[in-house]
Design a protein around this ligand. Structure first.
Ligand code: ADP
Ligand code: MG
Length: 719
């Protein structure tokens, strides 16, 4: 009797089991049965060859159109050249050596599965030395492996083609007996989920599409539950730690700051502020993600929270991704606080606190003083880069850490914070991000954080008008673009010109594609300087410049000593020059939707409406052009981030764990399964609240272990 925990060796023999283990990391019956088909070929329907990607290991169902066997010209031996087709396009294949069995099998007109790496040679697609399995004629074994009309196509590897996997699966399914379902019966009943036994049978050998859909629905639940159980456990272990409780203090600096605020908070700022205030009052650490677009007023929210913590007699750290941004934050916090932030200086308010900047590049004396302020408690707010936490900077009583820009601050860094508070408590953490994250991504990728959003902009923000400039269809518009830049500068404003590439890279083979390389900062700057923008003062900014040079350019631009900054996306994060009103993005189609949105947030920060021109050679009617059209027509960052999710492969969003060997979420779609994910999240939380270690739920514990493999779990932990 076979069960899910059995090793494959006993069932399939050492040779096959080893091959499965090495090629696909499948070791147990459970692993193999959770290795779902990637898609299903319909019997009689050939694979669309146009959809293949160069470099991928593909399995295609195709018909043999031509076979030509001959002696090689300049070497001894035989060469068989074969052309297979889907009825429209062709793939050429080559086999070396003399193989009479192959000659018998590969005959013109026959249909089969062919697997191998897709390459391109002089514009012809090739499958070199493919493995194959004929699907028609007298080949008994093959007919037996694929009973139904739907032929499973598995994620495969060289030496372990799809049909060999199908054969192993069949062998395992034949001896596997119904065992207790890993998913509690109560959940299955509540959501009408198919039994695991039936679902795994159906997903590998579906009778029809309807049964397949029910099976997939059940297996999606397994994925959603597994991921959410891991997050629930993480949250549980975080929130069960002690944290410094920081309840608001009546008459404190926080109240005084609110009274002095020169504007009214937006509803969103007030609501999020209340949530955070309640979190900070608690005895367990807050772990919250605050999303809101650039300019939505996150910094004010963070500062108000920090003042509550200062009122409780504790310190705050604010972390930025770069030293430049840290310095900028320190400056703007001091500005906002005014005399409330000038403790120790003349004219400070009575209950003032001190904002201290602490970076690695400070002069030794300044740094020493900053370290003393942090360790002695004189600094209520210490601003720095992430090094502040990683290094051995000591705090008198750290209660709260604010992190600006999520992506560079993962679980690992949050873990480093765990015991940084006084008496080894965990400080409260607020992570801020300006990239709107769709709800499902937040739940799946940042699942251990609670989330809050600022969706409205404070009043009085200038709108940004975005226009697509289709230079392939309307070449004259490009001149008009440069004219507009000259006009903006004529009005006393400044402009950014963004390019996808720096331009000092060694030439690459361009991934085998014949697309021209993207426009580069150095080239474009040169052409503009000697051409249409020769009357303006141009500066160049990119990530490979030494940091003092970068700072100098940024300062010159901020001070109005440069009219135009030609830059890469280094300006995406945090650069704030209100006088910059125009942005031209070259080869705009090479950027993601969210990224374009993020970039244009750099203009229109002042009182004058911003202008963003998306220059592209893409043609009307293409999907890329549609994407740019979306950026043109809406400024709702959440809508755009959802669109991004639709367009990008989900694997890119889930990140790392993509190295050929697929792991983790195979069936679950972050786009389509939002409700399912939300339900699973709620149920996982309930289960973990009662049974944190899943000791009473051995089935679930085992499911988590097989569905989310070790690498993937590691990844989730470190995101
Ligand atoms: P973010 O950090 O989200 O990019 P900031 O907090 O820096 O946004 O706010 C952007 C600008 O808007 C700042 O100059 C800030 O003083 C101002 N601001 C913030 N909240 C409001 C508000 N409720 N009303 C008017 N102006 C605001
Ligand atoms: Mg900000």
């Amino acid at each position: 009797m076979t069960v899910l925990t059995d090793e494959l060796t006993t069932l399939l023999g050492k040779k096959t089991a080893t091959a499965l283990g090495e090629a696909l990391d499948l070791h147990t019956v459970g692993d193999l049965l959770r290795h779902y088909p990637r898609r299903y070929a319909e019997r009689g329907e050939l694979t669309d060859i146009a959809g293949l990607e160069i470099g991928e290991h593909a399995t295609v169902m195709a018909r043999i159109e031509k076979v030509d066997k001959r002696r090689m010209r300049n070497k001894p031996g035989w060469l068989t050249e074969m052309v297979i087709t889907d009825g429209h396009r062709r793939l050429s294949c080559a086999f070396f050596g003399n193989n009479p069995q192959r000659d018998r099998e590969l005959r013109v007109g026959r249909t089969g599965l062919f697997a191998g790496k897709v390459t391109a040679f002089r514009r012809t697609l090739q499958l070199a030395n493919p493995e194959y399995q004929m699907l028609d004629g007298d080949d008994e074994a093959s007919m037996d492996d694929f009973v139904g009309a739907l032929i499973p196509v598995y994620p495969a590897a060289a030496g372990m083609p799809s049909w060999a996997i199908a054969r192993c699966v069949r062998q395992v399914l034949d001896t596997w007996e119904r065992e207790e379902d890993q998913m509690p019966g109560e959940l299955r009943a509540r959501y009408g989920l198919m039994d695991l036994f039936d679902a795994l049978h159906a997903v590998h050998r579906p009778a029809d599409r309807a049964v397949l859909a029910s099976a997939e629905h059940r297996l999606k639940w397994d994925e959603a539950m597994s991921v959410q159980l891991i997050f629930a456990q993480r949250r549980y272990s975080t929130v069960s730690r002690p944290a410094p409780a920081c309840p608001p203090r009546p008459g404190g600096i926080a109240e005084e700051f609110d009274q002095r605020l020169p504007f009214a908070l937006t509803d969103g700022q007030r609501e999020v502020g209340e949530t955070i205030a309640a979190d900070l009052s608690g005895e367990h650490p807050m772990n919250r993600l605050l999303q809101g677009e650039v300019g939505s007023g996150k910094t004010v929210v963070a500062l108000r929270a920090m003042l509550q913590v200062v009122d409780a007699g504790r310190q705050c750290a604010m972390l930025a991704p770069t030293e430049v941004l840290a310095a900028q934050h320190a400056r703007s916090l001091r500005e906002m606080l005014g005399e409330l932030g000038a403790a120790g200086e003349l004219g400070a308010a009575e209950q003032a606190t001190r904002v201290t900047l602490l970076t690695g590049s400070q002069p030794a004396k300044e740094r020493k003083q900053a370290l003393l302020d942090a360790a002695g408690g004189a600094a209520g707010i210490v601003v720095g880069t992430h090094a502040l936490i990683q290094d051995s900077v000591s705090f008198a009583d750290l209660g709260f850490v604010v992190v600006d820009e999520q992506h560079r601050f993962g679980v690992e860094q949050r873990d480093a914070l765990r015991t940084r508070g006084a008496d080894s408590t965990s400080p409260h953490v607020l992570v801020m991000t300006a990239t709107p994250i769709p709800r499902t991504v937040a739940m799946t990728v940042y699942g251990d954080l609670e989330t809050s959003s600022l969706r409205e902009m404070p009043v009085g923000r200038s709108p940004i008008a975005t226009t697509v400039v289709p230079v392939a269809e309307k070449p004259a518009w490009l001149d008009r673009v440069w004219q507009r830049v000259v006009e903006e500068v004529g009005k006393g404003h400044q402009a950014y010109i963004v390019c996808p590439r720096i331009g000092d890279e060694p030439p690459s083979n361009n991934g085998g594609s014949d697309r021209r390389p993207a426009l580069a900062v150095l080239d474009v700057a040169g052409e503009l300087e000697n051409g249409p923008l020769s009357t303006l003062r141009l500066g160049v900014l990119h990530g490979r410049m030494p940091s003092d040079e970068k700072d100098a350019v940024m300062r010159a631009f901020a001070a109005g000593k440069l009219d135009v900054l030609v830059a890469t996306t280094v300006i995406e994060v945090g650069v704030n020059v209100p006088n910059a009103t125009a942005m031209v993005i070259m080869d705009a189609d090479r950027f993601g939707v969210s990224q374009l949105h993020q970039l244009r947030g750099r203009v229109g920060r002042g009182s004058v409406p911003g202008l963003c021109l998306l220059v592209t050679e893409t043609l009307d009617g293409t999907s890329t052009r549609e994407r740019l059209g979306a950026v043109e027509s809406t400024t709702d960052g959440f809508e755009l981030s959802r669109l991004d999710l639709e367009l990008r492969r989900e694997g890119d969003i889930l990140g790392a764990a993509q190295s050929g060997k697929r792991s983790g979420l195979k069936l679950l779609s972050l786009l389509r399964d939002e409700d399912l994910i939300a339900e699973a999240r709620a149920r996982a939380q309930e289960i973990v609240a009662r049974d944190p270690a899943l000791g009473d739920h051995p089935g679930l514990a085992h499911m988590v272990a097989t569905v989310v493999d070790a690498d993937r779990a590691e990844y989730l932990e470190k995101t």
